[in-house]
Design a protein around this ligand. Structure first.
Ligand SMILES: [Zn+2]
Length: 473
């Protein structure tokens, strides 16, 4: 039996994460106040159907002579409700029974007294899927419901329910279950089940379940199937992927469409999970490479392989920048926006020639030449290396973010406006820079640190690509 089914709450006391709602129901049941129609609204997997079943048990438990706040969960009525086979508790899927005929049938059927329990309960899941005609038919029943009938409507999308219907329902809003509550529940369950698992792995599973205990249990089940011995945090990352593939797909799509705002907002959502930034970057790069391979092998459409190559090149730079920086998030956002704005296959050859990766793939002879006589480093690369060797990754990273050019005997470090703080910081390090330049055989040069404010990133980037070529000469 799956954990999600085995540990579905059997009564209100087992219920997790919806304390306010549980409290309200217990009091109402104690005081014998039963509404005839309820609306349970909220995201999927947070206990709406489970609560509907527990309420049905409270109305029909055999171990009590009247409704109770504490159904036993063990009598045959409770068990049949649990397994959706109680004759008086009818569960209907609104998505596949959306028409007026189905609702008419419910109305006919509702007239008859319960066969076995005290109340006839209709649980209609995804009720917002009903057609307008079906809602209108339902409304007639809701206006004058038979005394022995209780309706429970569940929905993920309450705003789609007509106001005339809404006004007849007692509404409960179910919230996503807190990660804290999910972790606590998972801890109880792994103890009972003797599952050998790291605390950090539990936390990661809880985080991924997005407020759904059911999802958390499904993930735990999945992990249990794959890991024979102990489930570690690493196992969770390996098996479930550090980030869900759909999220990465969404991010890549936003980048490809140049939708900078969307890309950054997806990024924010991902980073809210407290993932190490370098881990995320590695995961993203691997994903990018997978997509690239699929495109090259004609297994996937929608992306140009040349564009993906440019992304990959930037992705590699990004990994380096993030690895050595004390402000990795800045670099991550910088490179993701760079990917958004980098020109697409337009002027393709022009741009690609600036990237050795393509250059090499195109010209094997050249590659051999490159192998034999290593390409001289640009001043920028020399400086980066110099400071990395001096164990000063911050300056190295700052230089990586700038364009370094030699002009009229001056050495210019040109920053983009979003890096102005880095530029300011670098201005305080002129002495160290001078020393580095002296060491690299650029003695006593004047240093200029420039922030370019006015140009949109896209233009800057095109120019940067042009400059890069000059650098390499
Ligand atoms: Zn019972």
């Amino acid at each position: 039996m799956s954990l999600a089914i085995k540990y579905r709450p059997k009564n209100f006391d087992d219920h997790i994460g919806q304390d306010e709602i549980v409290k309200a129901f217990k009091r109402a049941l104690r005081e014998k106040r039963i509404a005839q129609a309820y609306l349970f609204a909220g995201p999927r997997g947070v206990g709406k159907t489970t609560t509907a079943r527990i309420l049905s048990k409270a109305l029909n438990c055999d171990n009590f002579n009247d409704i109770t706040e504490n159904p036993c969960g063990k009598c045959s009525s409770c068990r049949d409700i649990e397994n959706s086979r109680h004759i008086d508790v009818i569960e209907i899927d609104g998505a596949s029974n959306r028409g007026i005929d189905e609702v008419r049938q419910i109305r006919e059927n509702a007239k008859f007294l319960p066969a076995r329990g005290r109340y006839k309960v209709y649980i209609i899941d995804e009720v917002h899927m009903l057609t307008i005609e079906a809602f209108n038919a339902l409304l007639k029943t809701l206006e004058e419901p038979p005394k022995h009938v209780v309706f429970i409507f569940a929905t993920t999308d309450p705003q789609k329910i007509p106001p005339t219907v809404l006004s007849r329902l007692q509404r409960y809003d179910f919230k996503p279950i807190s990660t804290f509550d999910i972790i606590a529940r998972l801890n109880q369950i792994v103890k009972v089940e003797n599952i050998n698992i790291d605390e950090k792995a539990i936390e990661e599973i809880a985080r991924r379940s997005d407020g759904s205990l059911r999802d958390a249990l499904v993930l735990l089940d999945q992990m249990r199937m794959f890991c024979e011995d102990r489930i570690t945090y690493k196992d969770v990352l390996n098996i479930l992927g550090a980030i869900e593939r759909e999220v990465l797909e969404e991010l890549l799509k936003a980048i490809y469409e140049g939708d900078y705002k969307k890309a950054i907002s997806i990024l924010d959502t991902i980073l809210q999970r407290n993932l190490a930034i370098l881990d995320f970057v590695k995961e993203f790069n691997e994903f990018l490479f997978d997509v690239f391979k699929e495109v090259v092998n004609n297994e996937r459409k929608g992306y140009e392989k040349e564009d993906l190559m440019i992304f990959l090149n930037l992705a590699l730079e990004m990994e380096n920048a993030v690895r050595y920086s004390i402000t990795p998030k800045v670099w991550l956002e910088f490179y993701i926006s760079k990917m958004c704005f980098v020109p697409r296959t337009v002027q393709l050859m022009n741009i690609l020639e600036n990237y050795n990766i393509v250059y090499r793939a195109k010209d094997i002879k050249k590659e051999e030449k490159i192998k034999n006589e290593p390409k001289p480093l640009t001043l920028k690369e020399k400086l980066e290396t110099y400071f990395l060797e001096k164990n000063d990754p911050y300056i190295s990273g700052a230089i990586l973010a700038s364009n370094v050019i030699e002009e009229n005997g001056k050495i210019k470090f040109i920053f983009k406006s979003e890096n102005k703080f880095t530029a300011e910081e670098l201005k305080t390090k002129l002495e160290v820079l001078q020393k580095a330049l002296n060491y690299l055989n650029y003695p006593n040069r004047e240093i200029e640190i420039i922030v370019e404010e006015e140009n949109p990133l896209k233009l800057k980037l095109i120019r940067e690509l042009g400059l890069r070529k000059e650098d390499e000469q």
